[in-house]
Design a protein around this ligand. Structure first.
Ligand code: PEP
Ligand code: MG
Length: 589
């Protein structure tokens, strides 16, 4: 029977595919399709792993001290029995033979099936045996992967089989990043909000995604067919043929719309009344520059460098490695301006798996209000200067702007510039070449808006991070689906702060006596439904995921700023939801 599940739409489009259910602990396992004809070889790998685990358990049992409690041996017997159970042996081999999953993937797929049947048991003793199965599977995975950590290569390779969609309780931004080269046609998670970093990375993959679908990973079973409607935040499990057909047509239609938009790639972004608008790309990794160029972006408006620091088993990237990454971005962008943000670690972007690096510092009660972004960098000046030196060196290869996240205090401004000076001096002392940079502040907390008179005296430019500005203005955790309905970029308080920031920046000169460049790099900039409002507020620089750029450009081309300015002011004057809605529809007309 077909079931509908509602969640939060975070990345548009429609995906239809078979569910691959992953629990977070098992996201680290490699998932790939084996070559046709190699199925029996893969089944042999599984067989060998079972033999190895059996030998391991025998040894364990044989070495039990005489005074060990008798339950221990019985416990090992249970594991040996489970190892011989056809559900683990035969059924896992069936995933390999029928779906051509690699053995690790087949095991985790089968584990989900077994775990589900345990969950449905009435007897609580039997239900708890699920943990035994998980432990046996875990042993098998280790045997398959050798004794190294499970976080092996999670590269996902495509095959000609059924399309796949990923269903998980939660996916960290770091794990989501690993799926960039993946074969998944869509993503669903139980938790998360529209501007959580996981959702942002999903959007950058430009594939349909729904988060905050609460019960999805419990209701959806391994291998179920599901439709992900990323426009409406809807999942349909086991869709009827009529629904499937309907979604196939919609998928085709949205494909056509995208094709049509591609014609605008080389069209200059200019409004009807001749205002030039800068459309920039947000990127997470240097490789994303290709998508940025393909979308016709005028440059990079936000490189979230913290993603370079994630998914690392041991050390943080050193100066040379960072320098190479930044330089590559500048070179790939071929002279277009590139804005690189210093790391924004913390909150929903912990630095796992290097958890021992800053032992337990991220387990605070309110991580979004804790040690993140510039606070994090300033708390470890040596690490901060590694990044600053790498940036200054890269600046010799092209126009580079450094962006400081979440700055709010005069002390942070002072310390940031002091660290920058020190980094320059260190490079000079080492005889290293470096270039000039502009330095900008992200406006992400209401306090920063009120500090603009000071910021504008020190920084060359500002970039408004609306994702956090909404979060901190309304006190809504952007990653928490339970308050997602209150996360409202059109809240009058948010619009007041946005309007005030743009107006103040336009009326000011920076410390060099030049006009202050102001852009928006939060998700609002990439929402074509907000383009007119932002243009009307005076914004002329938007930075967004490349996938959204052409839809925003289409809005720019149809806009008349002279007409929109008073209409946007009318929106800003409204505080009642009904009158604000009327003012917004006048703007859209
Ligand atoms: C923002 O807060 O709007 C922003 C662009 O930064 P991030 O989403 O990485 O926090
Ligand atoms: Mg932010």
């Amino acid at each position: 029977m077909s079931v509908q599940i509602f969640g939060i739409p975070v990345s548009r489009g429609v995906a239809v595919g078979r569910a691959v259910l992953l629990t977070s602990a098992r996201l680290d396992v490699a998932h790939y399709f084996i070559e046709p004809g190699t199925e029996e070889h893969e089944v042999d790998r599984l067989r060998a792993a079972r033999a190895a685990v059996r030998a391991e358990l025998d040894t364990l049992q044989g070495e039990l001290p005489d005074d060990a409690p008798p339950e221990l041996s019985a416990f090992i017997d249970v594991h040996k029995m489970l190892l011989d159970d056809p559900q683990i042996g035969r059924e896992t081999a069936a995933w390999i033979r029928q779906r051509r999953y690699n053995a690790e993937w087949a095991l985790t797929a089968q584990l989900e099936v077994i775990a589900r049947s345990f969950d449905e048991m009435d007897d609580s003793y039997l239900r708890e045996r699920k943990a035994d199965v998980e432990q046996v599977v875990e042993r098998l995975l280790y045997a398959l992967l050798g004794s190294g950590p499970l976080r092996a290569n999670a590269a996902l390779r495509g095959a000609n089989g059924d399309p796949l969609v990923l269903v998980a309780h939660d996916i960290s931004p770091a794990d989501m990043l690993q799926f960039k080269q993946g074969v998944f046609g869509g993503f669903v998670t139980d938790v998360g909000g529209k501007t959580s970093h996981t959702a942002i990375v999903a959007r950058s993959l430009d594939i349909p995604a729904v988060v905050g679908a609460r019960e999805a990973s419990r209701l959806i079973r391994q291998d179920d067919w599901i439709v992900i409607d990323g426009d409406n935040g809807l999942l349909i499990v086991d869709p009827s043929p009529i629904i499937l057909e309907d979604y196939r047509v919609r998928k085709q239609e949205s494909g056509l719309v995208r094709e049509r938009l591609k014609r605008l790639v080389h069209t200059p972004a200019r409004t009807l009344d001749g205002q030039a608008v800068e459309l920039l790309a947000n990127i997470e990794l240097p490789d994303d520059c290709d998508a940025a160029l393909a979308s016709g972006a005028a440059g990079v408006g936000l490189f979230r460098t913290e993603f370079l620091f994630m998914n690392r088993a041991t050390a943080l990237p050193g100066e040379d490695e960072q320098y190479a990454a930044y330089r590559r971005v500048l070179e790939t962008m071929r002279g277009r301006p590139v804005t690189i943000r210093t790391i924004d670690i913390g909150a929903d972007k912990p630095l796992e798996p290097i958890d021992d690096y800053r032992d337990g510092e991220f387990t605070h009660l309110n991580p979004a209000l804790g040690l993140r972004a510039i606070r994090y960098s300033l708390s470890d000046p040596a690490m901060f200067r590694v990044q600053l030196r790498a940036l200054l060196r890269a600046a010799a290869s092209g126009p580079l702007r450094i962006l400081i996240p979440m700055v709010a205090h005069a002390g942070e401004v002072r310390q940031t510039f002091a660290q920058l000076e020190l980094a320059r001096a260190e490079l000079d002392a080492a005889g290293q070449a470096h270039g000039t940079v502009e330095v900008g502040a992200m406006i992400e907390v209401p306090g920063a808006v009120l500090m603009l008179p000071l910021f504008l005296r020190h920084f060359d430019f500002i970039s408004i991070g609306t994702n956090d500005l909404v979060q901190y203005t309304l006190a809504i955790d952007r990653a928490d689906e339970s308050v997602a309905s209150l996360y409202d970029p059109l809240h009058p308080a948010v619009l007041q702060l946005l309007g005030q920031t743009i107006a103040q920046a336009h009326g000011a000169e920076n410390w060099k006596g030049r006009p202050v460049h102001v852009s928006v790099c939060g998700e609002m900039a990439g929402d074509p439904q907000l383009t007119r409002l932002l243009l009307g507020m005076g914004l002329r620089s938007f930075s967004m995921h490349p996938a959204q750029l052409l839809a925003v450009k289409q809005e720019v081309l149809r806009a008349d700023c002279a007409r929109l300015a008073p209409l946007a002011q009318a929106v800003l004057a409204e505080f009642e939801p009904e009158s604000q809605a009327r003012a917004l529809s006048a703007l859209a007309a």
